[in-house]
Design a protein around this ligand. Structure first.
Ligand code: BMA
Length: 313
């Protein structure tokens, strides 16, 4: 790729030729939409935990697995994780999971939005196999969304990125906890930028990714337009040992709605990545995103190009 500058980033990601890779038609039961999946690799297979909206308007999470991360998805016959009566905060559904392998627990940690009548909150579930889940309940007050833990502790504390709404402002925050229950040392990590493509609000995209340059962060930024919100994706880099230190933030968005399926759906103009897989051997970063809140798309980038790009921002 020639002359890759911060003003010309649009070739960084290549969309999968078979996008959208998952649609409601692929579901074994009747659903309205499938989007915003968390992603992990297990035994060489790609596992997505997809947000599925039923025809009452409530969401649950369902697992889909593929050998190559693009085709021949095997979708669970029934919802994998759905509302439980005893968890009142999940009354209006479960949304937008992000997944990390949480080293201290030897388990996958799924942070998802539990939509309570008091507003959206961030909840945590742990699992070893995506069949049995240990629900740890709500982590912080509403309104809060777009959360992921880091896969390991820093100075013996768990760390989480999330997006509370404070004084009407929707910035990305970072918080710390000794035990995954009590959270504090809250601070703003990355703000919305007045007048920019990420003017209205920002929120974490995929789970944070550890690289030799630091923690690679994908986030969504929103601009309000006369015909609705535009959700696009930006890049940032956090310090390897101190994730409160924002080392880089690129000026331009790197992928945003362009294709028909990203404009045709329940919410047109939305590219919303929530899961990523880093394949160092192949020098590949794959992101999985909700397209127009209706289907799931995948896009690939070369890892070294992405890192060079973000370093040069
Ligand atoms: C955000 C979240 C996402 C959704 C997006 C676009 O606020 O609720 O679940 O994909 O809006 O509608």
């Amino acid at each position: 790729m020639e002359n890759l500058t911060d003003e010309n980033p649009r070739d960084l990601f290549d969309r999968c030729m078979t996008n959208p890779i998952l649609t409601p038609m692929d579901w074994p039961y009747n659903v309205n939409s499938v989007f915003n999946p968390g992603a992990v690799e297990i035994d060489g297979k790609t596992v997505l935990l997809c947000r599925v909206e039923d025809c009452r308007g409530f969401s649950h999470l369902t697992k889909a697995t593929s050998e190559d991360g693009a085709t021949n998805w095997v979708v669970d016959q029934e919802p994998t994780l759905s509302q439980l009566e005893e968890f009142n905060e999940e009354k209006w559904g479960l949304e937008d999971p992000r997944i990390v392998w949480l080293e201290p627990f030897d388990a996958y940690a799924i942070t998802y939005v539990s939509f309570s009548p008091a507003g959206p909150q961030v909840s945590l579930a742990l699992t070893e196999d995506f069949e049995e889940f240990d629900r740890r309940g709500v982590l912080l007050l509403p309104e809060d969304k777009d959360a992921s833990l880091f896969p390991r502790k820093f100075n013996d504390r768990f760390v989480m990125i999330h997006r509370p709404i404070v004084r009407g402002e929707q910035h990305i925050w970072i918080s710390f906890s000794p035990d995954l229950t009590h959270w504090g040392e809250h601070q703003i990590l990355l703000t919305r930028r007045s007048g920019w493509w990420d003017d209205a609000k920002v929120g974490l995209g995929t789970q944070p990714m550890e690289t030799d340059k630091g923690w690679l962060i994908l986030y969504h930024g929103v601009r309000e337009t006369a015909s609705g919100s535009l959700y696009r994706v930006g890049l940032a880099l956090l310090d390897h040992d101190d994730p409160t230190r924002l080392l880089k933030r690129c000026d331009s968005w790197v992928i945003g709605p362009r294709e028909d399926y990203e404009y045709r759906g329940d919410v047109p103009g939305v590219v919303f990545p929530t899961g990523a897989i880093v394949d160092e051997e192949r020098n590949e970063l794959r992101i999985y995103y909700g397209a127009a809140d209706s289907t799931i798309g995948m896009a690939k980038a070369r890892l070294d190009e992405i890192l060079d790009y973000v370093e040069g921002c």
